[in-house]
Structures are given as structure tokens and as C-alpha cells.
Design a protein around this ligand. Sequence first.
Ligand SMILES: [Mg+2]
Length: 307
Amino acid sequence: VSVTSIFLKTERGSVSSLGEAALIRSLRRWLGAASRPAPAGIGDDCAVIDPARGRELITVDSVIHGIHFDGGTPPRAAGAKLLKRNVSDIAAMGGRPRAAVLALALDARTSLAWLAEFYRGLAREARRYAFPIVGGDVAQLPGSFVATLTLVGEAPGRVLTRSGARAGDAIYVTGALGRSLPTGHHHAFRPRLAEGAWLAGRRDVHAMMDVSDGLAKDLASLTPRGLAPAIYGALIPRRDGANLREALCDGEDYELMLAAAPGTLETVWRRTFPRTRLTRIGAFVRRGKAPADAVNLGDHHGYEHLG
Ligand SMILES: [Mg+2]
């Protein structure tokens, strides 16, 4: 069944035709095995979860109709994207996901068929990454649709943060960059969970983040004071014919970017993840010491959320 329309013109088949209690029963049914009985899941004032092993991680992200997806995005893909954006942030710290809560703000004329597909897309990814949706909230928002997922994770070992890069560290990215929207990568991507956890276990990896707003913008977050990234256009792995500007600026890549001491990382990576590219795109140098042929990141801008 192809579901194209998120907002209906009539009450028939819309969220308002169900009422709140029946809607929440439906949400649980659509989640299926991704939902658990209260108090470990939906149905009490809070959900109860066990303490994390090691450090606790928490992240939140939204998808908004008209901004992160539109009428051309299948609802299953929009639901999957919401969940995976959050999983990518857990991956970027070397953690693993444990449980999520989901807040919906929606128009009363939201199609139930559309919403069911959105939840099925979300539930399929939650099962894939083996964590439940344990609670949520539903509020009315005339004329729009906003879904916000808060994801709790854990890092049994080391937590890898954005700070810690050193002069001389190589800069690496996984996969390829650019043209995420036209290629559908922005909802079809696989968060780099196994790779992130493995990288966090390596002492030669000093800092890491996921690339979501474009390399040109995100690389600044990995750059310590007093250092500058010297990266080279010819080295940057590009997705499906992306040009350099697209690879640097498009955003929504959901790849990992990391700083690591030069050494054995690439060799061991190829044995461990033979199907995932890891590309060295440059190195951190002392500020003002970037070679003339390095990319001038001041010429490029990533995605501005409040632009
Ligand atoms: Mg991130």
C-alpha cells in the first residue's frame, strides 16, 4: 500500500477520529516487538529501565515535516530516519543504544495510515538495533508534524568525544560524503554502530564525531585550539558523483570522522570492516601551518540549523 498524504481533508481516517486512548493503543500495536509491557515500556507514568553498564549516554533529535522530510518521503523512511539519526550520535561516542522515548506533536488531521507506516519504519529499525521504544507523548500541533526521539545509550568502555585531537593526528572519515538528499542516503543510511564501538576501543583514536551537518562545518568541532585541519580535496571520498563542494557542505552523511595517531589503524580496519571504507583525508597541523594546497574551509559552509 502506498501512503502519500500526511494530512487529510476530513476527520475520517485521521488521528482525531480515534481519540487519545485508542491512538496510544494503536501506537503500541504499530511498534509491535519494539514495545514492552509497563513498567518496562509504555503504560505507566514513567518507563523503568535498568542502570547502564559503564557510562550513560543520552541524545535527542527531531524530524519535522517540510524540513527533514516531505510528501515525497515514504513515511516508513521518515520514521527510520528519526531513529537512525539518534543511533548515529550514540555510535559517534562509541556507545550502544538501550531505550528510546518518542514525543509527537501533530495535526488532528494526520492520516492514521501515514502514521502507522511512520511507526512501522521506526519499529523495524528499533528491532534491528535491538532496543525498545519505552514511552512517549502526543500533543496537538495544527498544520505540522514534529517527532522527537530521545535515545538513551551506554558505553561499557571508553567514551570517545570530540575533543582530544593532537598535532600530527591523521583525519579519517568512513564511507563517502555528499549528495545525501538526491541519492536517498539521508534515510537509507546505516549508523556506524559497530565501527564506532570498535574505534572507541583503540587508544590511537583520540577524538570522534558523526558528520551530519557537512564535513566543512563539523570538522571545526573536532579541531582543538591552536590546531588547524589540513585536508585535501582529491582525498575526500565522494558519494555518487558528488563534487567537492557537495562532499564538504551537503550534510546528512551520518558517517564517522575521527582523529588518530598515524600507525596501524587503516591496516587493522581493513581486516575488521572489509566492506566499509575508511579514508585518510588529511591531518591536524599547528594553526597557520596548513600547506597552500590544503582545502580552505573558510570557503565552504555546512548546514546552518538557524540560518
Ligand atoms: Mg552528531
